[in-house]
Design a protein around this ligand. Sequence first.
Ligand code: FMN
Length: 153
Amino acid sequence: MSPLREIMRHVPSSVAVVTALHDGAPVGMTVGSFTSASLDPPLVSFFAGKSSATWPLIERAGRFCVNVLSAHQPQVATAFAARDADRFGGRAWTASPLGSPLLDGVLAWLDCELHALHEVGDHLAVAGLVHGASAAGDVKPLVFFRGRLAALD
Ligand SMILES: Cc1cc2nc3c(=O)[nH]c(=O)nc-3n(C[C@H](O)[C@H](O)[C@H](O)COP(=O)(O)O)c2cc1C
């Protein structure tokens, strides 16, 4: 394991699934790099690996929904990180106001328009302009910590 990866295992992160509609089909990928970036204008950010097969599809959509996962959704995080999997298979979702897939049971969602893209080493820093968002006040989050998906008590 690289020294940086070894250190970053100890830094807890939220777990979100970034979704979009690509040619009418839902696509999505799990990210642990989601964070807020700017209040005015309202921007959020995450990092997409340059080798990601899903990111180019989301980029083409030009908009995406960040689905922040709740404690009872570790299997959703795993499914949306798996290669060659039917990530949406049997999963309930509705269209967000901007038309991106909004997964059932999430802790929070943010409906975004692609705002900026910057190369950062082997990743792309993605900034999304937030058009709408909502959060469930009584739900616990899913966190990624020391290589494990866990509920935050
Ligand atoms: C907890 C967790 C966090 C992840 N965080 C990121 C991330 O921030 N950025 C990223 O590009 N991939 C991240 N991944 C990997 C992607 O979910 C996915 O496996 C990878 O993009 C390969 O799929 P793709 O080619 O369809 O994109 C994460 C996976 C897990 C399980």
